[in-house]
Design a protein around this ligand. Structure first.
Ligand code: SF4
Ligand code: SF4
Length: 142
């Protein structure tokens, strides 16, 4: 496809695309199961120990983000396989476009040890609540 035609198509999808450095082509994002155990958090910490990764939590859903440019984005920030692009690329719409920095996850981690601290706080809080519930139940029985 000629660059001129690509420009027209991209402009039609979003007026911002022609002025954007192809932000949405510079990372992958993968759904993660909700971490439930210390081992789950430890495994996610291991993901974060690798460069250019982040873990986001948004509306109770967890995601792994890897900042890594698509090999099909050219130096003019144009897709070189536009006709054959992937479903994830086709599904990306203006409403979830992050060009103006609208994306603000509820939580974001890049440091595995901050994720561990978060997990420890979460587990201590759950243990405290469980203890309180048991105490209240035993009071009700008395
Ligand atoms: S981040 Fe948004 S504006 Fe930029 S190329 Fe992707 S869809 Fe277009
Ligand atoms: S295939 Fe094209 S649209 Fe999809 S991420 Fe790569 S450069 Fe972007």
């Amino acid at each position: 496809m000629s660059t001129k035609n690509q420009d027209k198509i991209i402009e039609k999808i979003s007026g911002n695309c022609s002025r954007c450095p192809g932000n949405c082509c510079r990372y992958i994002i993968v759904d993660l199961p909700t971490p439930r155990s210390r081992l789950d958090f430890d495994n996610y910490g291991w993901y974060l120990a690798h460069e250019n990764t982040a873990i986001y939590m948004e509306e109770k859903k967890w995601y792994l983000v890897v900042d890594n440019k698509c090999r099909y984005l050219d130096e003019k920030n144009r897709c070189t396989v536009y006709d054959k692009r992937f479903q994830a690329c086709r599904d990306h719409t203006d409403s979830d476009c992050e060009v103006d920095g609208r994306f603000e996850p509820d939580m974001a981690f890049r440091d595995p040890f901050k994720l561990q601290d978060f997990a420890e706080k979460k587990f201590s809080e759950s243990a405290r609540k469980r203890k309180l519930t048991l105490k209240n139940k035993s009071k009700a029985i008395d």
